[in-house]
Design a protein around this ligand. Structure first.
Ligand code: C2E
Ligand code: CA
Ligand code: CA
Length: 808
């Protein structure tokens, strides 16, 4: 059977158990101590009783001696056998008596006592009368008397002589006083003096400190002196003593029990307290453990999240966001590795093939800005199919270029064969957004036999071959030859033109509005550079910026842009209503940052033009910062001190990690196409965008989404907490005057037809490199399926449509 105890009593259980143990062992201890103490006292009492018995025996001995002396005197007197005429009078305490027990002579004072003693003797057992011996004690009045009796000595010498007996006696109380009996009482004992009855018939009490007998007393017999012993009968007297408080004093016992109770109490409550605090500690421990567990779970989740993010970012680092293909960085990494393998003779020859898709930009502009990316994915898939049985790497090299790294190519002829295979793959038209698009490819390639070159040098060979192919209408695929230096002629002439472009005032700026997604208004504009080339027409930055950097004229160009932006900002400030806030953001390339006088220049221009720092911001790409981190940091810190805010441009396409951002005092981050990624799932691109936005906000950065092309994108971004947007959906880059108008009329209603956003919104269409003949070529190449013919025409017509700011 199980005994169940209610919970509120259960906590007392340990205390009760401890209490019981203390009580049991305590009482056991007390018992033992009682016994030991009693044994000690008994031993002491035995010594005491022996001592007192000895004293009494000594007194009895003295009485015997006195009596014997008198008996000898009597023998002398009765020597002649005659009865004397006058019996001599014995000393006090002695008398003479006849053999029949009649007093013959006694001291006067002893008369009556003598008579009583003599008659008691006469009444006693006659067997004893012959010899000497003690008798009594005899009670007379209130006193007991002990007595010794002797025949006169030596006995009568002559027959007929009278027989006389001498009796010595003494009162028991006097005898005891002499034996210092009172000390017993002082020593704390009760006592009883008694006489054993003959033949063991009990005790005759004579004298005691208490009425009644003493149970458990220590007793001792007191025999008569040996020469007067009355045969072998019982002892003459018996003394019994016992401590007055008993063998174990109640007071001591009470103290012990009290101490035991106190100890029990202390232990029981101590245990109770201890179990309580142990219980509390255990509860606290459990709570702490639970908290720790929760923290641990959270940490694990965060680590997991972080790992996911890291993987996503890692993917972003090495892949083109729009096609999902490996990017140029990844390609160069792999090329570098292949070259190392060649040096180590683990590989033989590799071929680098660069492919330019003709007029991809035109397809973008006509079929929609991401159409080019879609087409590139299809081209890449075709390439992969035709090359399926060789080892290769395909990557996106640039806006409209693919790069192929073919491993273990046997010869230059084999490389040429690959180029031909690629050309063959493009023959079939591509199905793109309900159109059939035919494309042309330009291919430049090179074979690398020794691993001694750097990856960039090797790739540059293919690049030179490609530029030859581009310029030579007769050769679609060109192999690199060492004598191809002259192929860069055209670039060189462009570079020469660039040097005088500033002087000829051929640069101009367009402005693309930046919109506050929630407040639905234009908050600023990005200044975008254009070069109106006398022969090539209007060139976008991608055509000349890299060249300007190489030719080291980026510094004066940048200074020109800043000056122009500052002048315009001051002018807009004057022309806009008081209190209207706006900014112009200016792109700064990495090499412009190496201009140590730049901050000073900016300060001077701002002062000259009367431009406020809050109307100017700078945009920088990660790539521009990596080149010289220290220099970039100093220049950016100087701008920040001047109150000019900084934006990290093109985030999401760059190489470095976000932690890099924290090195520089950025206020904004511009995220390039946050929601565009056809290669991966839509959900994944949303997750990456959300993660990037969240990270930016956690770093205290405001986010601007770039290349917003549809209303859905704008709305999704708003939902993810992105503050600002920029892109064709709101407005293409426009002339300064138009930008100012948009800043004023920021309350434009949402566009009815959000698809109206083709590149034609850029002004001066007639200036662009896409001339009419090209447009016609494209139209011809768009092999429209039956129902789509109208739509393709419509697309081209829309090129003349006007621009306006649309809001999500
Ligand atoms: P960016 O700073 O990322 O500028 C945005 C580019 O995206 C511009 O191209 C703009 O026309 C284009 N864009 C804007 N909205 C959309 C859209 O919705 N869809 C599409 N597909 N594109 C859109 P742009 O003007 O050709 O400029 C190219 C790059 O040249 C700029 O990229 C910037 O890095 C650089 N750049 C432009 N102006 C300057 C400048 O004055 N100095 C320096 N150093 N670099 C400049
Ligand atoms: Ca920019
Ligand atoms: Ca950008």
């Amino acid at each position: 059977m199980r005994i169940s105890i209610p919970a509120r009593y259960a906590r007392w259980l340990p205390a009760v158990v401890v209490g019981a143990v203390v009580v049991l062992s305590g009482s056991r201890l007390i018992t033992l101590s009682v016994r030991e103490r009693a044994a000690e006292m008994r031993t002491a009492a035995q010594a005491v009783v022996r001592q007192h018995a000895q004293r009494i025996a000594t007194e009895l001995q003295a009485l015997a001696v006195r009596t014997r002396a008198e008996a000898q005197r009597a023998a002398l007197i009765l020597r002649d056998g005659n009865r004397p005429a006058h019996w001599p009078v014995p000393p006090r305490g002695i008398f003479w008596m006849s053999a029949a027990g009649t007093v013959v002579s006694a001291a006067e004072a002893d008369d009556r006592v003598s008579g009583a003693l003599a008659s008691d003797w006469a009444a006693s057992d006659p067997a004893w009368h012959a010899s000497a011996g003690f008798f009594g004690p005899v009670r007379y009045g209130s006193e007991w008397y002990v007595a010794a009796q002797l025949p006169s000595e030596p006995g009568p010498q002559r027959p007929g002589a009278p027989e006389v007996r001498v009796v010595g006696y003494e009162g028991l109380s006097a005898l005891l006083i002499r034996a210092h009996f009172g000390r017993l009482v002082n020593e704390g004992y009760d006592f009883e003096l008694s006489q054993p009855e003959p033949r063991g018939a009990g005790q005759r009490p004579l004298f005691g400190s208490q009425a009644g007998n003493l149970p458990g007393a220590v007793t001792i017999g007191i025999a008569t002196p040996a020469d007067l012993a009355a045969g072998s009968g019982p002892d003459y007297l018996q003394l019994a003593i016992r401590p007055r408080g008993g063998w174990y004093p109640a007071q001591l016992l009470a103290t012990d029990i009290g101490v035991l109770a106190l100890l029990t109490w202390i232990f029981a409550f101590g245990t109770h307290d201890l179990t309580q605090s142990v219980g509390r500690a255990r509860t606290a421990l459990a709570a702490t453990r639970r908290r720790l567990h929760a923290v641990h779970e959270r940490l694990a989740a965060e680590i997991e999240q972080h790992r996911d993010l890291q993987q996503n970012l890692e993917h972003v680092r090495f892949h083109d966001l729009f096609t999902g293909l490996p990017n140029r960085r990844y390609f160069l990494d792999q090329l570098d590795r292949a070259l190392r393998d060649m040096r180590a003779r683990r590989r033989r020859r590799v071929a680098i093939v660069l492919v330019d898709i003709d007029r991809l930009k035109l397809i973008n502009d006509t079929l929609g800005p991401t159409a080019g990316d879609e087409l590139m994915v299809q081209v890449a898939q075709r390439f992969e199919t035709v090359l399926h049985d060789s080892e290769f790497l395909l990557a996106r090299w640039g806006g409209d270029q693919l790069a192929l790294l073919a491993y273990d190519v046997d010869s230059g002829a084999a490389a040429q064969a690959i180029a031909d295979q690629l050309q063959g793959a493009r023959q079939e038209p591509f199905a793109l957004r309900q159109h059939r698009v035919r494309i042309a490819l330009r291919v430049g390639f090179t074979c690398i036999d020794s691993g001694l070159q750097r990856a960039e040098e090797a790739a540059r060979e293919a690049d030179v071959a490609l530029s030859v192919a581009r310029r030579n209408p007769g050769a679609l695929s060109v192999a690199y030859t060492p004598g191809m230096g002259g192929a860069a002629v055209s670039l060189v002439s462009l570079e020469a033109d660039l040097h005088i472009a500033l002087a000829r005032n051929e640069f101009r700026l367009l402005f693309q509005p930046i919109v506050d997604l929630r407040a639905r208004r234009v908050v600023g504009a990005e200044a975008l550079l254009r070069w109106r080339h006398p022969v090539e027409g209007l060139l976008g930055p991608e055509k000349f910026l890299a060249l300007a950097e190489e030719a080291r004229i980026i510094v004066p160009v940048t200074r020109w842009v800043i000056q122009r932006a500052c002048r315009l900002a001051a002018e807009w400030h004057r022309r806009l209503p008081a209190g209207a806030d706006f900014y112009i953001s200016v792109n700064l390339s990495g090499s412009a940052l190496r201009d140590p006088g730049l901050p000073e220049f900016v300060a001077r221009v701002m002062q000259e033009m009367g431009t406020s720092a809050r109307h100017l911001k700078f945009e920088l790409t990660e790539g521009g910062l990596i080149a010289d981190v220290a220099a970039a940091h100093d220049v950016l810190a100087a701008f920040h001190r001047m109150g000019i805010e900084l934006m990290l441009d093109d985030f999401g396409t760059g190489y470095s990690s976000l932690s890099y951002l924290q090195l520089f005092p950025f206020d904004y981050v511009k995220i390039d196409r946050p929601l565009v990624s056809r290669a991966r799932s839509e959900r994944a691109s949303g997750a990456i965008a959300a993660a990037v936005l969240q990270m930016a906000s956690s770093l205290g950065l405001r986010a601007i989404a770039e290349v917003v092309e549809t209303q859905e994108t704008a709305q999704a971004l708003l939902g993810m907490g992105c503050e600002f947007g920029q892109g064709y959906f709101f407005s293409a880059p426009v002339e300064a005057e138009e930008a100012l108008r948009l800043l004023r009329n920021y309350e434009s209603p949402p566009a009815a037809v959000p698809t109206v956003r083709v590149a034609a919104a850029e002004p001066n269409v007639e200036d662009t490199a896409i001339d009419d003949s090209q447009t016609q070529v494209l139209t011809a190449e768009l092999e429209a399926g039956e129902p789509q013919s109208d739509e393709s025409t419509q697309v081209l017509e829309l090129k003349t449509g006007g621009g306006g700011v649309k809001l999500p």
